[in-house]
Design a protein around this ligand. Structure first.
Ligand code: A2P
Length: 256
């Protein structure tokens, strides 16, 4: 990540809850990434650049970059980032990195993207990339949050996919499943439990995991990643990387 940072203007900001917001910035002309990757972004705070890793939530073909952030009240970056408004300058490093991409996965039939909290950000990119639907027959996005209000960003994306200029025609290949852990909701419980009990599959009316044809992408907290990793590996899934493709990949949802 030695590439120098550029400064780009904020284009729009939208707050979903008092802890969650998205913002869009102009994309630097030389900024390259693959859908699902992250980069270092930040602000100059008291003349010091404070940079943190953020997944790009927009697809790799977009002229703007979108980010989805949590607010950590005493977080060095997000405690300030929460106040950004259009035209403010954002710092961004030279290019995208990370292996939560199609390139690290072997070909397959069904793609499962499992997200908790702000871990939905890289999937907001991947679900708006036509390549995803060219590679897979069926695409599933699961999102689990503490409260139903925290699902709004993902629900909005899924609803907008039909109108998407590049992916609209594939919208019926995407199936969305959400669950909530700390209040009443249609589907309740941690994704780990819902997978292990088979509830997700029976709710969706689909066959359970099969390491032969299924590919899985995971993005959440370190604990979530570790717990899902155990579940998948017990069923024969193998972690992929850019050098050695596999049947699942994961990324940490960063907070700070
Ligand atoms: P829970 O409410 O039971 O902790 P967070 O906001 O802390 O990142 O959590 C986002 C969602 O991920 C919550 O619904 C939380 O459930 C769930 N979660 C957190 N840790 C794990 C884990 N190790 N396995 C499965 N789900 C988890």
């Amino acid at each position: 990540m030695a590439a120098p940072a550029s400064t780009v203007p904020v284009v729009s900001v939208h707050h979903y809850t008092d802890r969650l917001f998205k913002f869009r910035v102009k994309r630097p002309k030389n900024f390259r990434f693959e859908s699902g990757q992250f980069a270092m972004i930040g602000l100059n705070i008291e003349d010091e650049p404070i940079m943190r890793a953020y997944s790009m939530a927009s697809p790799s073909w977009d002229d703007e970059l979108e980010f989805y952030s949590i607010i950590v009240p005493d977080g060095p970056l997000t405690s300030q980032l929460r106040y950004i408004k259009p035209e403010d300058p954002l710092l961004i490093s030279g290019r995208g990195v990370g292996s939560l991409t199609m390139k690290a996965l072997k070909p397959g039939k069904r793609l499962f993207m499992l997200a908790t909290g702000t871990g939905i950000a890289p999937f907001a990119s991947i679900m708006r990339d036509p390549e995803t639907y060219e590679r897979f027959d069926e695409v599933y996005l699961t999102h689990t949050c503490r409260e139903a209000a925290e699902l709004s960003y993902g629900k909005e994306l899924v609803a907008a996919l039909r109108e998407d200029p590049l992916c609209g025609e594939f919208a019926n290949k995407l199936t969305y499943y959400s669950s909530v852990t700390r209040e009443e909701y249609e589907h309740m419980g941690r994704i780990t439990d819902l997978l292990e009990s088979g509830q997700v599959f029976s709710d969706l009316g689909i066959a359970p995991f099969d390491a032969e044809g299924d590919r899985v992408m995971i993005c959440g907290s370190m604990e979530l990643n570790r717990d899902l990793q155990k579940i998948l590996e017990a069923q024969g899934f193998v972690e992929g990387s850019r050098r050695q493709k596999g049947s699942y990949v994961l990324e940490r949802a960063f907070v700070g």
